[in-house]
Design a protein around this ligand. Structure first.
Ligand code: SF4
Length: 425
């Protein structure tokens, strides 16, 4: 019996019920329309919120850069610039980081002088960006040892390491000594290291990172994939390390997963190594079976955990489940034993709520045959107010727990032999 016919019978046989039914129906429709509006508004507000966070992060980075610039102008010379004369930073010669707006930096944003990116991949051809004036000026500055476009607090200069745990400063060799002009800085080879900041998709929304969960919608996913497909894929033949995904979780990013499935394989790119960043909540047998193309590709896996207990984990990795993590770590261990991963690193963002688990975390890493543990200082990505951040940031020298935490970390580092312990703050 069709709905129309049922409705007709109801109207004829029970006119009063029919009126009630019609009123109710109208109410339901109103509620439905209203809920659709609420959902739409929520989505718009969420999008705006995320835009504001992005703007805040860029401004925050710029303010560091500007204050360094001010210091340089006031002090004219850095105290240790002479020491740097013997060194060169290889980053501008070999690395790029690609941001969601298409801008390309060779260096950490707060490392270079105000907005010294090398161009935009949306508006220019990659070859033009890679050998742009800004790129060549930066190369000349580091080759001559004056680090003209660098800030003294750049991680490569202070030696606090970078995301891949490598240090860009090295002794100046023949190649760098032979560079005397901007023209000498034009490179015929492409970047060896590519860091992707293009997608913020993540299955978790940790308090240290974001207030709400975010996974790119279809339009955004298509846009990111197109960029990767057109602009990044042609760089793969010369690339040696491709890092993804610095701004999110690789296994949550449909665009980067599609890109990896389509383009990455050992036969075509034998020099290429992947550096995959994840919280491991989605890295299970089913997910991994979707990447048969990665079988022979050397992969470093960087897993952010921040805790050695269920309670702390589920508080600090909001949205994550301890059981799922443990099950997936067991599976990852089987993959490691089969030689699927070249290196596994566990990450621990040191903060007030987890500093009592620093030692247990290293023990946990040992149980999973992890190669490295990286303890890092907490950053404020706009998710804490100043007061909250002050309380949580135990690796701030002004924090009452600073000395005891640093002492513990140093002791752990010096007494651990079977595991590399990295500390940066
Ligand atoms: S020292 Fe820092 S800012 Fe300078 S070239 Fe190296 S990474 Fe870039």
């Amino acid at each position: 019996m069709s709905i129309q016919f049922k409705s007709f019978l109801l109207r004829v046989l029970f006119p009063s019920y029919y009126d009630e039914y019609s009123n109710l129906n109208a109410e339901v429709e109103k509620i439905y329309t209203y809920s659709q509006e609420v959902i739409k508004n929520y989505k718009e507000m969420d999008e705006r919120y995320r835009e504001l966070i992005r703007e805040y992060q860029v401004l925050d980075q710029r303010s560091i850069s500007l204050s360094d610039l001010h210091n340089d102008l006031v002090d004219e010379e850095w105290g240790d610039k002479k020491r740097l004369m013997q060194f060169v930073c290889s980053r501008p010669f070999e690395r790029i980081s690609v941001y969601p707006d298409g801008s390309i930096y060779t260096c950490p944003i707060a490392g270079v002088k105000f907005r010294h990116n090398i161009g935009n991949i949306f508006t220019d051809k990659f070859e033009t960006v890679w050998n742009s004036k800004n790129a060549c000026r930066l190369r000349l500055g580091v080759s001559k040892g004056n680090f003209e476009y660098c800030n003294r607090h750049c991680k490569e200069i202070t030696g606090s390491g970078n995301l891949n745990g490598e240090n860009g400063l090295q002794q100046r060799d023949e190649f760098y000594l032979s560079i005397n002009s901007i023209d000498d800085c034009v490179l015929s080879n492409g970047p060896k290291k590519i860091n992707l900041y293009l997608d913020e998709s993540c299955n978790l929304h940790c308090p240290s990172c974001r207030k709400l969960p975010y996974v790119a919608n279809k339009t955004e996913t298509d846009r990111i994939f197109q960029l990767l497909d057109e602009k990044i894929a042609p760089l793969l033949p010369e690339c040696e390390i491709l890092t993804l995904l610095i701004t999110g979780d690789f296994f949550s990013s449909n665009a980067t997963k599609k890109f990896v499935r389509k383009h990455i394989n050992h036969e075509q790119y034998p020099k290429l190594r992947l550096f995959l960043m994840t919280n491991a909540q989605l890295l299970n047998e089913k997910t991994w079976s979707g990447f048969p193309n990665l079988k022979d590709v050397p992969i470093d896996l960087s897993i952010s955990i921040d805790a050695a207990s269920r309670e702390t984990y589920e508080k600090l990795r909001r949205g994550g489940k301890w059981e799922i993590l443990i099950n997936n770590l067991d599976y990852i261990l089987t993959l490691k034993r089969k030689g699927q991963f070249r290196l596994i690193r566990f990450n621990f963002l040191v903060q007030k709520d987890n500093c009592g688990e620093i030692v247990e975390f290293a023990e946990m890493a040992r149980r999973y045959c992890v190669d490295e543990v990286w303890y890092q200082r907490l950053s404020n990505w706009g998710t804490y107010n100043e007061k909250e951040f002050e309380t949580l940031d135990v690796l701030n020298p002004a924090h009452p727990q600073f000395n005891s935490t640093v002492e513990l970390l140093n002791l752990l580092q010096s007494s651990t032999q079977d595991l590399v312990i990295k500390i940066s703050f």
